[in-house]
Design a protein around this ligand. Structure first.
Ligand SMILES: Cc1cc2nc3c(=O)[nH]c(=O)nc-3n(C[C@H](O)[C@H](O)[C@H](O)COP(=O)(O)OP(=O)(O)OC[C@H]3O[C@@H](n4cnc5c(N)ncnc54)[C@H](O)[C@@H]3O)c2cc1C
Length: 1001
């Protein structure tokens, strides 16, 4: 209770301060159009558009609402004072965003704390006033205010606001019903709050389509926030305002679920207060039709480039005007004429003598005519049906959007007419508009039955009709229509604008698909048919800019992955897409004893590398059956190759120190896991093995058993990406049964060389390897007669050929032949006839590596299928809404998590247990883990492919990773010890150990 009174006291102080500030602003700039209660010290000219429009929104819509709240009075006006403070805090946050780079997740809670404080006050007031006769009124604001949380919602903040608006609507309806015949102030209070949220939605859609538009070129948000005048330190009225209330203490915030100092995710912090029991008890249950995950179309965020701020319909329907019971209105609000809700108006609605700077926004009219007498800046006709617009001239654009059967007649000039999502539009152009070579651009998108009629061009000197193709750009020049369908074709995907003109011919789905969405926000269609890597690959070349405020300039792309920012590096910070079970638990801010900050930094670093250097090209490389050599160099320079040869950093041979400042002595068994795990997000065994497969198994025998000369010569070359190595054990005659190998190495009589003859099969990286770590028979039959030799490609008699396999194409699986290859005895690895031990020595390491890869691949299958299940509808439902499909995910998840946990505990043993004991004690469990991981992978690949249906049967496209991985399952289940052998070994060896330790069985 004391917390509540503290917050209320703070709120009162803040409100008082705000009121003083508002009156101060008004006093100093009484007539500034668009000046809002939130306007602070900045001159409007210095403000970014996103802030100016936010101010305009507050000025036009919050002020009207506020005055109604004051008319209602009592607790309602108290609550609205908190709302004012919350909006002001949000305005300061948007201003900050326009000047600052996107901050780290950990910094967001502090930046959002002011908004959160006021938001909590609004909700608390309602909760503590349940017996108030104004409870429904308080509930409207309390239910709707979480809409301000859009700042923490990515990438679909707009539908989120819609959900909150709908929640508030429930109480609005009650108030309207109760007061309809009693007091119109109450009715308007309820209506205006909906308008406020609708306007907020339109504003966010325009400036922050996929989330807050940070300024990529801006400064550090934390420092800017610290140096900026505090939210409540706007111009003080004469006499001096009382100092702003101090920020809430961490303890206070924590009590309310906030955590100013705790490194929690921003959204968690912002909404934690809302999630407290009691605070949300009155929440209306959101109907299924309102859930965005059940209605992906709600996530669609189409962007109309130059349209002025507008009250979008709650659920705009293509071409369908929505009837409304709202009163008709024709009024000048700031510099905007708003004409709305006219039905069957007998008289035309006339706007007389508008100013050039005015815009006209006509909304939700039916069977009515609107006339604009004079020249205005722009006109928008939105959501109207069977209506006419007669206007003289516009400076910029006439927008017709979401309309049905409308007519627009321009008697003067209009350079551009944009028709969007409209069925049936007749545009009448005057002679003047095309006189003296003047052009009118008619842009159409997702519209049908549009005609342009040009005056004076008909045979009788009257109008001639030109049908507008359903394309994007048509120019009416000298009375003729020129359609430039394939030039200047641009689309918007997730807030970014791409010029796809030169990509039309290359688009795998054909150019028509692109032309159909040209000039529109095609995010929804894009997500439906592509995976995100497509944009990574083609996007940079096609990118022209981005939608929304300060982020209009494309972000400078980091030159190398090393330049890219590291994220999720603090304990408790989450990382990745947060698809449940799509990443290991420690990615989702779960505590773990195995990972520290070095692992978190490495994780982000490798992700940057993989997303920049590998992900976009995976499909291409796999199809080409080769990884470019340059990738090895880049991975070496990034310090990634040395991460893959064991649990110690090979200081003496590595070309660079460990990445992200890890000290060599800090490097542990979990660092290779992080690298391997992130690398395998590519969902390509071919690329993963192509890059590190041969090295991971071929180089360790040299590092552990090679002569000093051999190590010094070979290891640095391989770790630098200059030379490549592979392990050649398996033969056409023997695979699992290693002790029966036949490849023969006979010593020359002078004892200086071995002469090697034999074949090796399925050798990873063999196609391009320079070095071969080869198991040969130098002695008698059985394991006691085997030796390991380093054979070099330059030695005469070595030939390799690529094998035709079902998967891992880019890894260079090869058939290797040795014919009388003369190998110096110095190339013996370890001791003669002791090769079997050298082979076995690295088996645990190799099998752990396979388990790491297989487990991540299982996750990739799960993750891609999960994302797809949220998009694909069958029988009227999303796949994820079918219990049978959820059951598949449940089984995948339990297998993946069990495998991962087992892997971590065994890995921990590998860095804590005596190495000699490891050979004995870990061999069995690691063998079982290998089988467990590959069977989990196989299961997930099968189930994911099934969820994708036909898509997983064709290469490339949305199911690209799943289709490929499904083909690669056997490449994990067989090498490194195939499943039957592993299961047998696992139990047999564990029994031996148990016996040795005195087990009572
Ligand atoms: C993609 C890929 C990459 C590879 N890379 C390399 C490489 O880089 N270097 C290399 O040396 N080798 C490599 N191999 C070869 C791999 O190590 C062998 O394929 C593997 O050891 C199995 O040998 P095999 O194919 O001869 O099968 P076999 O040993 O002939 O076994 C055939 C089947 O019978 C089962 N089986 C065998 N014996 C028993 C038993 N006693 N009880 C029950 N079941 C049994 C096996 O589990 C298997 O399912 C690779 C293989 C693949 C597919």
């Amino acid at each position: 209770m004391s917390d509540l009174s503290t917050v209320l006291k703070r709120l009162e102080a803040a409100t008082q301060r705000l009121e003083e500030m508002v009156s101060g602003t008004r006093a100093s700039a009484p007539s500034a159009p668009g000046a809002s209660p939130a306007s602070s010290a900045e001159a409007p000219a210095a403000l970014p558009l996103s802030v100016i429009e936010f101010d305009a929104l507050l000025d036009a819509h919050f002020r009207a609402f506020e005055s109604k709240a004051q008319a209602v009075g009592g607790l309602v006006s108290d609550q609205v004072a908190s709302l004012a403070a919350a909006l002001k805090a949000q305005r300061e946050f948007i201003l900050l965003a326009s000047k600052a780079k996107k901050p780290a997740q950990t910094d967001l809670p502090a930046l959002l704390a002011p908004t959160q404080t006021h938001l909590e006050a609004v909700i608390k007031l309602r909760e503590s006033s349940r017996s108030s006769p104004l409870f429904n009124h308080l509930s409207i604001v309390s239910e709707g205010i979480p809409a301000l949380g859009w700042v923490a919602v990515e990438p679909t903040p707009v539908p989120y606001i819609g959900e909150m608006k709908d929640a508030a609507q429930f109480y609005s309806n009650r108030v309207i019903k109760e007061y309809r015949d009693k007091d119109k102030n109450h009715v308007e209070f309820a209506q205006l709050f909906t308008v406020l949220l609708t306007e907020l939605q339109a504003y966010v859609k325009k400036f922050h389509t996929t989330g807050v538009a940070w300024n990529m070129k801006g400064g550090d948000a934390k420092s800017l926030a610290a140096s900026a005048p505090a939210a409540s330190s706007a111009p003080a009225p004469a006499g001096g305002a009382p100092p702003p209330p101090p920020p809430p203490s961490a303890a206070q915030l924590e009590k309310f679920g906030g955590a100013a100092s705790a490194p929690a995710a921003a959204s968690a912090s912002l909404f934690s207060a809302l999630n407290k029991e009691g605070l949300t008890s009155g929440l209306r249950k959101v109907d299924k039709s309102e859930m965005t995950h059940k209605n992906p179309e709600l996530r669609a965020t189409s962007v109309v480039a130059a349209a002025p701020s507008k009250p979008a319909a709650a659920a705009p329907k293509f071409g369908g005007a929505v009837a409304s019971k709202a009163p008709p209105k024709c009024a000048l609000e700031g510099s905007k004429w708003v004409v709305e809700n006219y039905f069957n108006s007998a008289e035309p609605i006339v706007i007389e003598n508008p100013e050039l700077r005015h815009t006209v926004y006509i909304y939700n009219c039916q069977n009515s005519t609107i006339q604009v007498k004079g020249k205005v800046n722009a006109v928008t006709l939105d959501n109207c049906k069977k209506s006419g617009l007669l206007l003289e001239s516009v400076v910029s654009t006439v927008d017709v959007v979401n309309c049905k059967s409308v007519q627009v007649q321009i008697t003067g000039k209009a350079p551009t007419v944009a028709i969007d999502k409209t069925d049936g539009c007749q545009v009448y152009l005057s002679k003047e508009s095309v006189a003296n070579g003047a052009e009118v651009e008619v842009l159409t998108a997702m519209s049908s039955e549009c005609n342009v009629l040009v005056d004076g061009e008909g045979e009788d000197g009257g109008f001639v009709e030109r049908a507008v193709p359903e394309q994007i750009k048509n120019t009416v020049k000298a009375g003729k229509m020129e359609s430039s369908i394939e030039s200047d074709v641009w689309i918007i995907v997730h807030g970014k604008v791409y010029d796809v003109t030169n990509f039309l011919a290359d688009h795998p789905g054909g150019k028509k698909v692109l032309l159909k969405v040209a000039g529109t926000d095609a995010s929804k269609q894009f997500d439906q048919f592509h995976n995100a890597a497509v944009l990574d690959k083609f996007g940079p070349d096609l990118l022209k800019g981005s939608i929304g405020g300060a982020a209009e300039v494309p972000a400078p792309v980091a030159e190398t992955a090393a330049d890219a920012e590291l994220v999720g590096t603090e304990s408790g910070e989450s990382f990745g897409d947060l698809v449940p079970f799509g990443d290991p638990y420690w990615y989702q801010d779960w505590g773990s004893p195995f990972y520290n900050q070095t692992h978190r930094k490495l994780r982000s670093y490798v992700r940057n590398f993989v997303e920049k250097e590998i992900m976009p090209f995976c499909h291409e490389w796999d199809e080409a059956k080769a990884v470019p050599k340059s990738l090895f160099k880049k991975a070496a320079q990034a310090g990634l190759l040395p991460c893959m040869v064991g649990s110690h950093w090979p200081t003496e041979y590595a070309p660079v120190p460990p990445p992200v400042g890890i000290k060599p002595e800090e490097f542990d068994a979990f660092h290779p896991l992080v690298v391997c795990d992130e690398l395998c997000r590519t969902g390509s065994g071919g690329v993963a093995w192509g890059l590190v497969g041969g090295m991971g198994i071929g180089l360790p025998p040299i590092i552990h058993f090679g002569s000093p000369e051999m190590k010094a010569r070979v290891v640095p070359q391989v770790l630098s990406g200059d030379k490549f190595i592979c392990l050649a054990i398996t033969e056409p005659y023997a695979g699992s049964d290693v002790a029966n190998l036949k490849c023969e190495a006979k010593k020359t009589p002078d004892g200086k060389h071995f002469i090697v003859n034999g074949e090796k099969k399925w050798i990873t990286n063999g196609v391009f390897a320079d070095y071969f770590t080869v198991a040969c028979r130098t002695g008698d039959e059985g394991m006691g007669g085997l030796s390991l030799l380093l054979i070099e490609r330059t030695m005469p008699g070595v030939t390799t050929r690529q094998m035709n396999c079902s998967g891992v194409w880019a890894s260079g699986t090869s058939y290797v032949t040795f014919e009388d290859v003369k190998v110096p005895v110095e190339n013996l690895i370890g001791k003669e006839n002791k090769g079997f031990k050298c082979i076995m020595y690295n088996f645990n390491n190799e099998r752990m590596g396979i388990a790491m890869q297989a487990t991540r691949f299982a996750r990739v299958c799960y993750e891609d299928a999960m994302k797809y299940a949220h998009k694909r509808k069958t029988f009227g439902k999303l796949l994820i809404d079918h219990p049978v499909i959820r059951n598949k995910f449940a089984h995948m998840a339990r297998k993946i998590e069990a495998t991962h946990a087992w892997m971590e505990i065994l890995l921990y043993q590998s860095q804590t247990m005596d190495p000699d004991l490891q050979m004995l004690k870990l061999g069995g469990p690691v063998a079982l883990l290998k089988a467990q991981s590959t069977q989990t992978f196989e299961y997930c690949a099968r189930e994911a492919a099934q969820i994708f249906g036909g898509l997983a049967y064709s290469r490339g496209g949305q199911a690209e990773r799943v289709e490929r991985l499904y083909r690669e399952v056997r490449a994990y289940a067989i090498p490194g010890g195939s499943e039957e052998i592993m299961l047998e070994l696992g139990i047999r060896q564990s029994l031996k150990v148990a016996e040795f330790m005195g087990s009572k069985m």
